[in-house]
Design a protein around this ligand. Structure first.
Ligand code: C2O
Ligand code: CU
Ligand code: CU
Length: 540
């Protein structure tokens, strides 16, 4: 990203946003793509720069409270905590000076209530659909599963990062309509990690999540407890998502220039919300804090840093703790990725400074003069992450990421391995075996690829000859294998597959047999064929 190095002269958010759009158009033009087709020009929208920044404190999502106990559906038959989190319409203020915004979400807030779970202790959650009957964002009926014959308002919940049985995983076609409900069982037979739940309804997932359907789910365990990391009010979730807002503060989702086919290939809003607030401030004490960060955006990648250059430690990635803290000053996060960091403010008593994305302000930090606690030192090591051995893999799959363009070179769809959702299932790993998936990116974009059910490790990324692969299906590497960055060298469930590169991941399939999905987590891509079923099968 070119703009990080500028740093100096003031540039407005809108100018920056436009410059990014123009820049990507220029890159596309340079690559022989004509510019500016496809997306309808934006209407008159709210310019976040015209709002007074840092007037609202950062909200912290409520913790969900169990409504009682119910019998587990599995053979144990024990009683489990039972939660009921309704999906409904509500309004919430994203900024002090704006009217309340209409959202659709979980339990009446966005992010929804956080579920606090313990490793090895299952929970049941009922997710009633109490939404209205008409959608407030434009559905594209040409997309798979979004036919006009289907009800407009449909939802199904997926717990991203969970090792959940197939019937509780939120299969995209298992949606249900207003008035209906589903009870899901989350066994939590997995290590401590920051998970998140969100909508997964076929063909309208991008609209439902944009409308507010996301929340956090935290699994803890005794290994993590023993590390004595900052906790309670010193542990703060940060859920990031970008939106466009109308001057009246309402959500605006861009549409194409064709009313009968409103899908657009990506959405990058210029209003970046943290825990549902625009330009909030956070008051902290001069001591150590743990931040659990989620990129919950439809398509935006973030590069987060503190404007005063404050260094911090990354201690965890998507699916749990890293082996040891990684010192850094900048975090890059693709859609759906999570980062667990510890920031020590003790040398900054009385300071005010900015958390920013590239060069744009997103939150102000206000450090108080004195702290009521003394932070424990960050442990030198956190948790072993045993390397999955390449030689243990029973199979390597070469899987392409493809872009299909129209006559103007605008993407009409993206595919996985040149297959569509309704093609027969081709990925059928055997339970309790290990595989290597080589993601061959034949497009011009980075795609965050996510697999349900499993956690995996990144082996490497490597440049290859795209032209040769396109015409001859021959894989010829043109550069050295690059290991994952230190902050992604632990357990992952979402991996950035960079353009022009082969990204290799190693996956051990365990837990359950049955039907799951893998997909790009750019939600516009996922909704338009960049998602495939896969099936974990029993050993024969
Ligand atoms: Cu974040 Cu298929 O999920
Ligand atoms: Cu998932
Ligand atoms: Cu994608």
């Amino acid at each position: 990203m070119l703009f990080i190095v500028l740093g100096g002269p003031a540039i407005t958010r809108r100018e920056f946003f436009l410059s990014q759009t123009v820049l990507s158009a220029a890159i596309r033009a340079h690559q022989g793509h004509p510019t500016g087709h496809g997306t309808q020009p934006l209407p008159n929208l709210l310019d976040p720069d015209h709002l007074t920044p840092f007037v609202d404190p950062l909200p912290i999502p409520q913790t969900a409270v169990a409504a009682g106990q119910r019998r587990s559906p599995d053979k144990s038959g024990v009683n489990l905590p039972y939660y009921r989190i309704a999906i409904r319409e509500f309004t919430a203020k994203v900024h002090h000076d704006l009217p309340a915004t209409r959202f659709w979400g979980y339990g009446g807030s966005v992010p929804g209530p956080t579920i606090e779970a313990r490793s090895g202790q299952g929970v049941l959650i009922e997710w009633p659909n109490e939404l209205p009957l008409k959608h407030f964002l434009a559905i594209d009926h040409n997309l798979m599963g979004a036919d006009a014959t289907n009800p407009a308002v449909r939802t199904v919940v997926h717990l991203h990062g969970a090792k959940a049985p197939p019937l509780s995983d939120g299969y995209p076609e298992s949606w249900y309509t207003p008035g209906k409900s589903a009870v899901y069982h989350y066994p939590n037979e997995q290590e401590s990690a920051q998970l998140w739940y969100h909508d997964h309804a076929m063909g309208i997932n991008r609209l439902n999540i944009y409308a507010g359907m996301l929340g956090l789910y935290t699994i803890r365990d005794s290994t993590e407890d023993a590390l004595d990391l900052p906790k309670g009010k010193y542990e703060i979730p940060l859920v990031l998502f970008d939106r466009f807002l109308t001057p009246q503060g309402q959500l605006y989702y861009p549409v194409s220039s064709r009313p009968e086919a409103p899908w657009v290939p990506e959405v990058f809003g210029d209003a970046i919300l943290l825990n549902g607030k625009l330009l909030p401030y956070l008051e902290v004490e001069p001591c150590a804090y743990r931040f659990r960060i989620l990129n919950g955006s439809n398509a935006r990648f973030y590069h987060l840093s503190f404007a005063n250059g404050l260094a911090f430690s990354q201690i965890g990635s998507d699916s749990g703790l890293l082996t040891a803290p990684v010192a850094t000053k900048i975090l890059s996060m693709a859609p759906a990725e999570r980062c667990d960091i510890v920031v020590d403010f003790s040398a900054h008593a009385g300071d005010r400074f900015i958390l920013r994305n590239d060069i744009l302000d997103i939150m102000q930090i206000r450090v108080t003069r004195a702290s009521t606690v003394k932070s424990a030192a960050l442990p030198k090591t956190l948790r072993p992450v045993p390397k999955l051995d390449e030689s243990s893999a029973v199979r390597t799959r070469i899987l392409t990421l493809d872009e299909v363009d129209d006559l103007l070179d605008e993407p009409v769809t993206h595919l996985l391995n040149a297959t569509r959702w309704h093609d027969p299932v081709t990925e059928k790993p055997v339970i309790d075996t290990t595989e290597i998936w080589s993601l061959v990116n034949l497009t011009d974009d980075a795609h965050p690829i996510h697999l349900h059910l499993v956690r995996f490790q990144i082996l490497d990324r490597r440049n290859f000859d795209q032209t040769l692969y396109r015409y001859k299906k021959t894989l010829r590497y043109t550069g050295p294998a690059m290991p994952p960055e230190p902050g992604e060298a632990g357990w992952k469930d979402t991996v950035r597959a960079d353009p022009g590169m082969v990204t290799r991941i190693i996956i051990h399939f365990s837990g359950y047999t049955g039907r799951y999905v893998w997909h790009c987590h750019i939600l516009e891509h996922e909704d338009n064929e960049m998602m495939r079923p896969y099936e974990v099968v029993a050993a024969t």
